[in-house]
Design a binder for this molecule. Sequence first.
Ligand code: ATP
Length: 272
Amino acid sequence: MIAAAKFRDRDRQVILSVKDLTVAFGDNVVLDHLNLDIYRGEILGFVGASGAGKSVLMRTVLRLLPRRSGRIEILGADYDAVGDAERMALDTRLGVLFQHGALFSALTVKENIQLPMREYLDLPQWLMDELAYLKIALVGLKPEAADRYPSELSGGMIKRAALARALALDPDLVFLDEPTSGLDPIGAAEFDELIAQLRDTLGLTVYMVTHDLDSLFSVCDRIAVLGQKKVLVEGTLDDMLAFDDPWVQSYFKGKRARSIPRADQSARFPVE
Ligand SMILES: Nc1ncnc2c1ncn2[C@@H]1O[C@H](COP(=O)(O)OP(=O)(O)OP(=O)(O)O)[C@@H](O)[C@H]1O
């Protein structure tokens, strides 16, 4: 924890800051004065029991759900305090991969990737085509995938195509909602590797909601646990293991967790 804190304080810029966020549906308060910071260039794994509110948090940050109170700052700018033009510019800094890919079935992969470009940019078709092929290559798909429809793709290819769409506008921060769910262990490991590669080469920041212990142990720099309507604990895997809470203990120290080899986190959190 000390090492992680040093690394953050010294080098890191907060890219997304959620302050005092409360979200409720009628009497059902799902998030209660929640705080969370995400730092540039990190892969943050976000976990919590089913129904804890992980998707609600992600959707609220993306302004797909209303909040009762609280502030959301992207790259230091308060979403609510900026004008329409700046808000639109902030939107382009974020990319999203929804659970199950959420590609439009009537559009080809190329057309899906070009959707955000059409919405936010004014580019000639030839340039959008070149950019789409670039994104397709970036996520490890072959060029032939460009003209395929989602129904013609495997589960792993759909995830990659959806990731290519999330990267369409060269975002600073991507939200991934259970990106490896439904993939076999090899496909999931390859996807994790791709995420780490994109972080390293593009300097991408990644917010990953996941139930996948392999992902948490192998690619996440930091973990945050949602519980009791707040971020219960955040930090390294060692912080999770030391945290005295029954759900956190059984999640990170359970039989399944014990069978997974851990990545060397000291490489990611160097101490001066
Ligand atoms: N649009 C909505 N209207 C009313 N209640 C909602 C809505 N969306 C989510 N909820 C409620 O908010 C709570 C948190 O749901 P959420 O989907 O965020 O959980 P989660 O942590 O993502 O769960 P899982 O891991 O199972 O996907 C649940 O009680 C859910 O019923």
